[in-house]
Ligand binder design. Structure first.
Ligand code: ARG
Ligand code: MN
Ligand code: MN
Ligand code: MN
Length: 309
């Protein structure tokens, strides 16, 4: 099968450096070799970790309280086009972040390509401790990695072309076609947004109550079979025991096995068209970095169809 890989070394969606080093760390751990040799993917990869330095402006003042708004916008606009080009050629697209703001680029790229190629809207499965659905106004932090779902669904909009104004309807996803798994740290404003828009979410509480098997079935049922799926996997969905090296760790998370299971089940549908792996930060909790990287590699292999037997 054909696999397009985009490595994005972007950390400007939050304030901690180091998350930009994740793509190289994952690749050096052998991720792409495993996909090529063990899973027999034909990989298209330009061999670069993109920081899109050429589009990053020197001056980038806060706008509507957003931090690094122009940089985040410009990086995601470039990324969107890169992902779009892979997806338009029918390739599965693997995007290695970077912080979770980069899902604005990756998901807008697959959404647009899938509309053009198949005349279909994509569904999104967002595996995360956080909902990342703040608008600039509801965000306490101003960090754009807490806002990608708001921009992708159109719940947040901005006129200025250089601050996400390039996002058009063709890039957007429906609030009815996103489902969350693993939530446990939702801001007050986000709870209101989730409730008012009837957005489907399975929290850690739901996983405790129903078990991961039932939750995944319900999540896939919500998306509907035969809908092209983009899986956006934030490594902080895993418990810090398995993934300590991440910028916003929250205790009480998924086990590594539960994370792998989600990825395996989504792969089994045969409808998965793209995967993001984000928020691995090898410079935090350095003793745990290799474990976190290993967890990330495992999630990617499972999502790309590595089966146990
Ligand atoms: N809700 C918090 C915020 O908006 C944390 C977001 C964490 N997001 C992430 N992708 N790790 O700042
Ligand atoms: Mn996230
Ligand atoms: Mn998160
Ligand atoms: Mn919070």
């Amino acid at each position: 099968d054909e696999l397009g890989v985009v490595a994005v070394g972007y950390s400007g969606g939050q304030r901690k450096s180091g998350v930009d080093a994740a793509p190289m760390a994952l690749i050096e751990a052998g991720l792409l070799d495993q996909l090529k040799d063990d899973l027999e993917f034909n990989i298209s990869f330009d061999g670069q970790v993109h920081n899109y330095a050429h589009v990053i402006p020197k001056q980038d003042e806060d706008h509507r309280k957003m931090k690094s708004p122009r940089s985040s916008s410009a990086v995601n606009k470039e990324l969107s086009q890169q992902v779009y080009e892979h997806a338009s050629k029918g390739r599965f697209v693997l995007t290695l972040g970077g912080d979770h703001s980069i899902a604005i680029g990756s998901i807008s790229g697959t959404a647009k390509a899938t509309r053009e190629r198949l005349g279909r809207e994509i569904g999104v499965i967002w595996v995360d401790a956080h909902a990342d659905i703040n608008t600039p106004e509801t965000s306490d932090s101003g960090n754009i990695h807490g806002m990608p779902v708001a921009f992708l669904t159109g719940l947040a909009k901005e006129e200025r072309e250089d601050i996400f104004g390039w996002i058009r309807d063709e890039h957007r996803i429906s609030t009815k076609k996103i489902v969350y798994i693993g939530l446990r740290d939702i801001d007050k404003g986000e709870k209101k947004i989730l409730r008012e828009n009837g957005i489907k979410a399975f929290s850690m509480h739901d996983i405790d109550r129903y078990g991961i098997g039932k939750v995944v079935d319900m999540a896939l049922g919500w998306i509907g079979s035969d809908t092209p799926i983009h899986l956006s996997f934030d490594i902080d969905s895993l418990d810090p025991q398995w993934a300590p090296s991440t910028g916003t760790p929250v205790r009480g998370g998924l086990t590594l096995r539960e994370g792998d299971f989600i990825a395996e089940c989504v792969a089994e549908t045969g409808s998965l068209i793209a995967l993001d792996l984000v928020e691995v930060n090898p410079s935090l909790e350095v003793q745990g970095a290799s474990e976190t990287i290993r967890a990330g590699c495992s999630i990617v292999r499972c999502a790309l169809g590595d089966t146990l037997l």
